[in-house]
Design a protein. Sequence first.
Length: 437
Amino acid sequence: MNAASPNSQANATPAPLSVAVLGCGSRGRTYSRLIAFCGEDYRLTAAADPVAVRREAVSSLGPAGQIRVFASADELFSAGKLADVLIIATQDSQHFGHAMRALELGYDILLEKPAAESLARCEEIDALARRLGRRVALCFVLRYTPFYSEVKRIIDSGKLGKIISMRTHEGVEPFHQAHSFVRGHWSRSGTSTPMIVAKCSHDADLICWLGGAGLSSISSYGDLTWYHPGNAPTGAPLRCTDGCPASESCIYDSRRYLGDKRRWLGMVMDGFEQAADHEILEMLKVSPWGRCVYHCDNDVVDHQVLACELTNGITATHTMTSFDFGRGIEIYGTLASLKGGIPYSEAGAPELWLRHHADGRIEPVDIPQPNNAGYAGHGGGDHGLVQALGSLFSGPERLEPGLDGLAGHRLAFLAEEARVTRRTIASSPASALSPQS
């Protein structure tokens, strides 16, 4: 048989990137659906989850028999390496163990944030990935949204001049705070991660990614001020379903899951789409999501601020609060400032705009709309991240070995250390990584 000519090899269609999924909850299923939507560029090969209906939802996205299913992470790992890339979308406390085993098997990894429950463990993942020559990308989907992609493009264009400082803001929204961080999976830092990591690791990553540098030093303040028994209405029972005298005026009444907050059940209740109201009520009577928000076992903060300096001299602040909605950003350069986000667009201003220092001129910025067949999870970021998998893990522009996004994780974890100790924390020289680290 004659060997293939160099030209025929060059013109061969690249093999699709094969992907396996560990953890088929809301995030794992979202990425799986988008991978299936992308057609011939990717191929799903395996899905693992202890809940049968979840792993079957992923296996149904491919031809019969193409996607192998496993009932546990142990079963998946025992089968050997089944794909080029493993998506790890399990609970926060499981990320470290799953990532380390996957790296040892030879996987590149798309890892849901946070990478691990401590900075030391994040650094262990990074060290092992570097030693083995493997790549770990965190699911920082905001990088891939049209909005933040345009912010990055404007910064890189030099239109703002030299960047001096920036301010970011995240309003979690009261019911979201209650669902996820009072009643839900991320309510206790000991079983997940601190609030500034669990919710704001996106924002910490944006500070380093947009600022173009890692952390130099940081201070932070915050507390759990509202969601505790001291603020419970008089006579409020432990569960909203037990008859609360304040139910008509309480914005946290869990019976809202039957109405305008029903979509939130998609994160925590399998088959909620077909569930009757009485079935949801029965679930609320026994699940964490039926509890009074003032009578939970939560300990994460409901508001926090941080102030930091990056290694290139840029200063930045971030505010996280339960009592607002949406992200906003302001970047201050020597030629112009850039402002935008939900707080501006909700008030009728352009979603993103520049103010030129020379003449005070306001310049609205057109944000490209994603071509994602109507799917706009995380402002188009979920789809953008999946589209980027090929370039992240294969080809000439692929990531360097290691944990991409570690700089932002370091900023968030050290912010929590600064908050707890009430002192300014300096990042060690060895830790002052580039934003791509």
